[in-house]
Design a protein around this ligand. Sequence first.
Ligand code: ADP
Ligand code: ZN
Length: 613
Amino acid sequence: MDVTGADPTYVLQSVFGYDDFRPYQKPIVNRIIHGQHAVVVMPTGGGKSICYQIPAMIRRGVGIVVSPLISLMQDQVDALQQLGVRAAVLNSSLGREDRRIVEEQIRAGELDLCYVAPERVTRSRFMSLLDAAPRAVIAIDEAHCISQWGHDFRPEYMELTALRRAFPETPCIAVTATADPPTQESILDQLHLREDDLVVTGFDRPNIQYTVVPKKKSGRRQLRRFLREKHDGDSGIVYCLSRKSVEKTADWLEENGFRALPYHAGLTDAEREEHQRRFLHEDGLIVVATVAFGMGIDKPDVRFVAHLDVPKTLEAYYQETGRAGRDGKPADAWMAYRLSDVVRMRKIIASSSESDEHAWTQHHKLNALFGYCETTDCRRKVLLNYFGEEMQGGQCGNCDNCLDPVDTWEGTVVAQKALSCIARTGQKFGTGHVTDVLLGRDTEKIRRFNHKQVSTYGIGEGRSKKEWRSIIRQLVAKGMIRVDVSGYGALKLTEACRPVLRGEQDVRFREERRPQVADSSSRSKEDPIPESGPKRELFEALRERRLELAREQDVPPYVIFNDSTLHAIVEHLPETPRAFRRLHGVGDVKLERYGDTFLEVVQSWKQTSKPVQ
Ligand code: ADP
Ligand code: ZN
């Protein structure tokens, strides 16, 4: 379908089947159509792709899309081809003849979009091809990869500077979901773009519900409970730190009746690709993965992202959890965490940092992450603040702390006891020993260091060991105690504890959270289709037809129609192609390809289920 020169809203409706642009999309699309540039920072699921796809279709010539993930390019191209868009990939998986055809199409201006890997784009063969061809736009996906300040620097992205230099007049749009201000600066700089090309939309993902629970043992049982209560049969991602725990967790989930696949750097390329492919192509599959998994995964119906280990930074957390709920429907970001995990992360940072400056930044980031985990305040507020955004209204109403506010208690004296016990024992011991001294225990270590003699021995009786651990952990989170990594986890006092010890500042502690109760009535995910009954039957029949069509063409089911469209069919029960065309996600080409077959499903469902209604 050729829509060169057409109106953007017309293209949105007739090709993509959407009614309106989202608020930020329209101005960006217009900028590019008029030959200007843009660096777009927009949260996952915000709809970045359309910002370059539509201009690429409307402007004369080809839109080059640079993306770091070869394995995912094909899916994106499949999805576009389903819409009738003239799109292709150019990468090493292509045979000589196919490559020649794509190149010919580019030269003739017959291709709307061509997806290319960054290391390919600046090869002289490709550059001279581009030089001779009409160029609509240069789009750079995952643009933070160009920045050494970002958390995912890719050297091959540096070459894009040369691409920009070669074609300065071709509109350039760089998009990313995570870029803090230094990273934004660096993207502008490397791509020779100006401050006023920058478009930063909000970071908030209102449909994601954030929950953090204190981890017990491996956290697996807590995970199982969370999955059973809220995500039976859903697709989701579980992140773990090590390959070993990935393997273990995946096996364990399988044993517990979930369908789970591992994903980590220790698997072969073929295995990894296969697991990723299955995750995209099948419904209700869980991938248990290290952080190696997920970049560029644009499966819209990932219903949860769970962390069994803490992520490296809040940026990473934001990006990883951002893979949930791209379709805008309710989704969960769930994490189980423990202080010792943070200490372990500290050690990793301390041993792997090239420079002091780097280590300092990393520690700073780890503290922010830790503060997020321990906060009694609205989690969304903490998260957005970290990205320099003020939250409207103060409370989000969609995180664990908002939904189930934490009780706090006045604990100034208790804090003083803990702090002075650390001081009296010489700031050389970890949590275990300090609590033993507080509780007046008689251990070998206490005898060896003569700690029965210190004035704080036994002053903590009346509270359990667990309570003291929680108190110390919270004091660490408040920045009053520092855990010394090189000193094997010894607790040290910081400046911030002085006013407390002098009695000039009060301290409040959180009541430890009760085990989460199942509350499926108020908080369960919004599912417009009832569990059983005729509507459920129709939905399942539609899903089945979708799966058949997807299998035939070897594409993921959501590329045919995503769940929102299936829900719309169930809701509106269209009888005519006209009515079908009005549904969310149905454009002209999809109507032509799939209208009849899905109308037929509705028709036969009506015939069989009429009597029971
Ligand atoms: P991003 O790349 O920003 O994470 P995508 O471009 O993948 O997001 O879009 C996320 C989802 O939103 C997709 O399912 C897409 O089809 C949908 N979408 C994008 N723009 C619109 C729109 N204007 N109206 C309705 N749905 C949209
Ligand atoms: Zn909140």
